[in-house]
Design a protein around this ligand. Sequence first.
Ligand code: ADP
Ligand code: AMP
Length: 220
Amino acid sequence: MAVNGAVERLVFLGPPGAGKGTQASRVAAHLGLVKLSTGDILREEVRQGTPLGQKVEGYMKAGDLVPDPVILEVMEAAMTRAGGKFLLDGFPRTLGQAESLDQLLAARNWSLDAVVLLEVPDEEIVERLTARRVCPRCQRVYHLIYDPPKNDEVCDECGTPLVQRPDDQEEVIRRRLDVYRAQTEPLVAFYERRGLLRRVNGQGEVEEITRRILHVLGEA
Ligand code: ADP
Ligand code: AMP
């Protein structure tokens, strides 16, 4: 944390569909942080067909995690570009990534201010993700029922036709949930032990959840 007590570095943790991306945009804007979403960064590489995109596409389509060294290289560069004030959405996702993040932060005399865990039950996750639509241009996220675009399936912000992510099919969603339980959930205890974990109920209105997050961060 900065001398004046401002929050500078956060991690958002939680199962796929918990609302990390939705809340990360709002909280980052509120706190003046750069939102760094590994999923968004990787999807952009896939869209552009770069060598990195070609390397990661198969893992993403299957709902599996991309290997740690690939992710670490991408995130180290992104965190440096962000000048040390960032909100990490979707990273770290394995204990190995969390340990590497620690080393990377320590080498720069940076530390994490908090890790926000968004909690949502599995049944609601499947319902959220099967009706998720995203803007491929500005990455804004919608839900066909809970947060629909004003005009039929085009982005409110930039007018681009919305798309469904290839990994938002029910079978792949279940796989991603299994991967979360096996590989990412151990991070809850890891950050709890360090006194950094802030649990937030992820069910309810989007605005209300933003208020809950700012409250546990001591910002509202
Ligand atoms: P994550 O980044 O954790 O995968 P998203 O932010 O993309 O999750 O949200 C997943 C889906 O759930 C999206 O369709 C989003 O519009 C919807 N959603 C997000 N927050 C809520 C909420 N509080 N209530 C209902 N639906 C939500
Ligand atoms: P997300 O947009 O966070 O749901 O991530 C989509 C997909 O990108 C995941 O299912 C993984 O294949 C990949 N991915 C995103 N972040 C990571 C990460 N930290 N480690 C490994 N794979 C990741």
